[in-house]
Design a protein. Structure first.
Length: 140
C-alpha cells in the first residue's frame, strides 16, 4: 500500500516519524513547502488479514466505518467520546439529518460534511429509505 501524505510544512517531520514508528517506509519526500504543505509517500506491505478499516486506522490514527440507519431510526450522543474527534461523513444512499452542536445538515446521496465534535450530535434517518454512509473518525 502506498499513501501520499500531505501535511502542513511545520508538521512534516512529526508526521513522517509517526509513519516510521507504525512500520511504514518513507519515499518521495517533498519537505520544501508548496502553498504551505509538504508531502511524502508512506509504503507498507498489506497482509491478507488486514481489512480496509485496519489500514485506515494505521495510516490516519482513526477509523473508517460504513453505517446503515433504517427509516425512522436515530443515533444521539450527549458529548464527543474524544474531545477534538474529527468526522468526515460521505452519504452513499438515502437521506440523513445530522445535527452537530445545534447546527443541522440535510444530506443526500453524494453529499459530504466534515466537522470536529465538541458537544452533542444526532443522526436521524427521516426518509423512506435506509440512510447508508461512510464515516471517517480521525483521532486528535
Amino acid at each position: 500500500m502506498r499513501i501520499r501524505v500531505t501535511t502542513r510544512a511545520d508538521l512534516f517531520e512529526e508526521r513522517k516519524q509517526q509513519h516510521i514508528e507504525r512500520g511504514y517506509r518513507i519515499e518521495d519526500e517533498r519537505p520544501i513547502p508548496a502553498n504551505g504543505f509538504s508531502s511524502f509517500i508512506a509504503v507498507s506491505e498489506i497482509s491478507d488479514s488486514d481489512g480496509i478499516g485496519d489500514i485506515v486506522a494505521q495510516a490516519l490514527r482513526g477509523e473508517l466505518a460504513e453505517i446503515s440507519l433504517p427509516p425512522g431510526s436515530s443515533i444521539a450522543y450527549d458529548v464527543s467520546p474524544l474531545p477534538g474527534l474529527e468526522h468526515h461523513l460521505w452519504m452513499l444512499e438515502g437521506a440523513l439529518s445530522v445535527e452537530i452542536d445545534a447546527v443541522r445538515f440535510q444530506l443526500q446521496k453524494g453529499d459530504c460534511v466534515r466537522y470536529v465534535l465538541s458537544g452533542p450530535s444526532r443522526f436521524l434517518c427521516a426518509g423512506k429509505r435506509t440512510a447508508r454512509y461512510l464515516i471517517s473518525l480521525i483521532h486528535p
